[in-house]
Unconditional design. Structure first.
Length: 188
């Protein structure tokens, strides 16, 4: 079951709300007045941006005009928290397909997570991210390569605006960060 299908969204963006370390991340798409907001993790945003960047390198996209304003649109009322993301390329339409599935069916989802989390995240091909269509709804966004490029740039900026990460281990660098790769010595 597809809960949301945006075949030609006029907006596809990402943003974060809150101070670094306590941010909540949102993935958002809009088409013909329908606004779809999904809550996600920082690492999901980063993984999606890097995967899209790699996809855009592999696909000959040519020159493109980037969309303008990519700010989140109010109200920020997420339909669900994202569990997995799938990405594909539709050669016929020359569009990038992004599929997001929820942590649990919306009626039984608890509202935890979404903060500036440092756990790993993966972006999967749509076939690998397949869910039982009868049980779990998905959001499907069919975006242009220009929208994908703009998303990559915005997502990288949003991720960088958070707490810095340790260059050695990749963990969040708190004031008293003791990097496991430096034998417990502070990293400067």
């Amino acid at each position: 079951m597809t809960a949301f299908q945006l075949d030609a969204p006029d907006l596809f963006t990402v943003g974060a709300v809150g101070p670094p370390g306590e941010r909540t991340f949102y993935l958002q798409g809009r088409q013909q007045g329908m606004l779809v907001t999904l809550k996600c993790e920082k690492q999901q945003v980063n993984a999606l941006a890097e995967y899209l960047a790699g996809l855009l390198v592999r696909v000959d996209i040519g020159a493109r005009a980037l969309p303008g304003n990519l700010d989140l649109v109010e109200p920020l009322e997420p339909a669900w928290s994202v569990a997995s993301l799938g990405v594909g390329w539709d050669e016929t339409t020359r569009r990038v397909i992004v599929v997001a599935s929820p942590v649990a069916p919306p009626e039984s989802e608890d509202d935890e997570g979404g903060e500036d989390d440092e756990e790993g995240a993966e972006v999967e091909e749509p076939e690998a991210a397949a869910v039982d269509a009868g049980d779990v709804p998905v959001a499907r966004f069919s975006i242009t390569t220009a929208q994908a490029q703009a998303f990559v740039e915005r997502a990288r900026a949003v991720v960088r605006a958070g707490r810095p990460t340790c260059p050695m281990c990749g963990q969040t660098q708190e004031p008293a960060h003791l990097c496991p790769r430096s034998n417990g010595h502070p990293v400067r």
